[in-house]
Ligand binder design. Structure first.
Ligand SMILES: *[C@@H]1O[C@H](CO)[C@@H](O)[C@H](O)[C@H]1NC(C)=O
Ligand SMILES: *[C@@H]1O[C@H](CO)[C@@H](O)[C@H](O)[C@H]1NC(C)=O
Ligand SMILES: *[C@@H]1O[C@H](CO)[C@@H](O)[C@H](O)[C@H]1NC(C)=O
Ligand SMILES: *[C@@H]1O[C@H](CO)[C@@H](O)[C@H](O)[C@H]1NC(C)=O
Ligand SMILES: *[C@@H]1O[C@H](CO)[C@@H](O)[C@H](O)[C@H]1NC(C)=O
Length: 507
């Protein structure tokens, strides 16, 4: 009772209250007055004896980090749909039977959703609205199937579905291009679908299912570091392979793949270009991806005010001057071409550009004033361009940058200018030669994904642990990290960040 009166007092006085932690008490009810704490951003009422949550919580419109794990809550009030800034929700260990379609569809900012150890018997169809979701943990429920709309969760990096009642997987799972960890242990899966072999996973846990065989295409999942298959009635695979090292198992599966059969489409390239151009008149989006074009056909400029142009996977060496007239262009994708020179002249007229992908080109150099004409840029991909960054790349002239991909660019150090990018959410520095990470990375407080895999990093600064509230996915595979034990690394991002944070010297 005292606690309740204390809460009433708190709500009455503190309209400005931004963060409230009442975890680990014996609270049986959150007073309706919580609705007056309209400035509330972070609320933790985990490990109490709550059976329900007040609808008035829906009036806390700024609530973005909500933790109510380990209570006895049977349902979430629909009014929570108004909390449209919700980015982290943890309701593990309750008695929830459903996550409503309406709630999930309203929480489009969610990056982390934890509803493990409940009584859920399904997943909401609307889950695909969560395009920013990075971690989804629904282990230990009674879920029978994953809806095909899961393909909308295009940021998903870690997906935990262990201890449910899945009997099959949707083919759409294969579209989750960022997925690194997929945990499906202790379900009733009879097969692992071929489509899901396209995933670039590090960890795939299929142990304790009903698999009697595996598609040989799993052998092509060369990024897999850990493939767990024990506890399956696998008839076609020797147990020494199943229980042995993952690379040997993958190699064996690859050896059973049939020879590549070619099945080329017979529509001509010209037909395809015409069709794409026609479509773009209404959609304002034009894709001429993978057509082996060395020049851009002139008819495409008739399409008018396009906002998105995808020319990836062609043989383009130089951009046509006509592109300068596309002032409305917001997205320009030039990945996998043969562009050697930075397209200065074109960028000058593309001041609304928010996404530029130039990865996988033989770019010789990015000039030191290369970004000056595109200050609105939010996404920049320069990966796989050998030796093309200037000494101090001027990333600070891109203050809106949210995603930066610098994979395999022979970087020996992280460019210091990056540390001024306050809005950066995704930073990919993998496959470089970095030996250390500056302590200043703690400045990147918006970061949700940091990929440092395949570098030469032997130690991480403890200050990286300070990014724990926002950082959801930290990839470290392929580094000679001596200071952190394998067992901690294998427990994933949260465990590593906590470990680092605990090492920060107090003063
Ligand atoms: C909610 O957050 C916004 C942006 O951070 C802020 O401007 C607004 O004052 C906050 N609302 C309340 C009631 O504090
Ligand atoms: C294996 O999965 C079944 C349900 O599919 C479950 O009842 C059982 O406890 C699991 N066993 C282990 C060792 O996890
Ligand atoms: C691509 O085009 C070039 C000529 O422009 C041609 O020699 C080559 O065979 C083409 N490749 C494919 C895969 O169509
Ligand atoms: C980090 O941010 C602080 C203040 O926000 C600033 O003084 C400092 O220069 C920044 N560090 C780096 C390395 O940019
Ligand atoms: C990796 O870093 C170590 C120092 O930590 C250095 O001696 C070694 O040459 C580096 N290896 C490569 C391949 O850069």
């Amino acid at each position: 009772m005292f606690i309740v009166w204390f809460l009433l007092y708190v709500f009455d006085r503190l309209h400005m209250l931004k963060s409230l932690d009442v975890s680990f008490n014996s609270i049986m009810k959150i007073p309706d007055e919580i609705g007056s704490a309209t400035a509330l951003v972070k609320f933790d009422c985990s490990s109490n004896q709550l059976k329900e949550l007040p609808s008035s919580l829906g009036r806390c419109l700024n609530l973005s980090d909500f933790k109510a794990s380990n209570n006895c809550i049977t349902s979430l009030p629909e009014d929570l749909a108004d909390c449209s800034k919700m980015s982290k929700l943890d309701v593990e260990g309750n008695k929830l039977t459903v996550l409503s379609n309406n709630l999930i569809a309203s929480w489009t900012m969610l990056t982390e959703l934890i509803a493990s150890k409940n009584l859920l018997n399904g997943m909401p169809e609307t889950i695909g609205s969560l395009s920013r979701l990075i971690r989804l943990d629904l282990h230990q429920n009674r879920i029978l199937s994953i809806p095909s709309s899961i393909s909308g969760c295009c940021s998903l990096a870690e997906f935990y579905m262990g201890n449910n009642a899945l009997s099959a997987l949707p083919a759409e799972l294969g579209k989750l291009s960022k997925l690194g960890t997929l945990d499906l242990h202790s379900n009733q899966l009879k097969e692992y679908c071929v489509e899901a072999c396209q995933l670039r996973l590090s960890v795939l846990d299929l142990s304790n299912n009903s698999l009697s065989g595996l598609p040989p295409e799993i052998g092509k999942m060369t990024t897999l570091r850990k493939l767990l298959l024990t506890g399956n009635p696998l008839r076609t695979l020797r147990s020494s392979l199943v229980n042995g090292p993952t690379p040997a198992l993958l190699k064996y599966l690859r050896s059973r793949l049939p020879e590549n059969e070619d099945s080329e489409a017979s529509t001509t390239k010209e037909d395809l270009i015409t069709m794409a151009t026609r479509l773009s008149v209404t959609s304002k989006e034009l894709s001429l991806e993978g057509m082996n074009l060395s020049a851009i056909p002139s008819e495409i400029w008739e399409a008018g005010e396009i906002t998105k142009l995808d020319l990836s996977r062609n043989s383009i060496q130089e951009l046509p001057p006509e592109l300068s007239s596309c002032a409305s262009l917001q997205t320009l994708i030039l990945s996998r071409n043969k562009i050697k020179d930075w397209p200065d002249a074109i960028l000058t007229s593309l001041s609304s550009l928010s996404c530029l992908k130039l990865d996988n080109n033989p770019l010789r150099q990015v000039p030191s004033d290369g970004f000056k004409d595109i200050p609105m840029l939010q996404i920049l991909d320069l990966s796989y361009n050998i030796a093309s960054l200037p000494e101090n790349p001027p990333f600070s002239s891109l203050p809106h940058l949210q995603e930066l991909y610098l994979r395999r660019m022979q970087l020996r150090e992280a460019p210091t200018d990056i540390l001024r990018l306050q809005q950066l959410r995704i930073l990919d520095l993998s496959q470089n030669s970095l030996q250390s990470i500056p302590e200043g990375f703690k400045n990147l407080t918006s970061l949700t994904e940091l990929d440092l895999s395949d570098n030469n990093i032997s130690a991480l600064p403890p200050e990286l642990g300070l990014l724990e509230p926002s950082l959801q996915a930290l990839r470290l595979d392929g580094n000679p990290l001596r200071s952190i034990r394998r067992t901690i690394l294998d427990r994933g991002t949260k465990a590593v960040l906590k470990y680092l944070k605990d090492k920060i010297p107090e003063n």
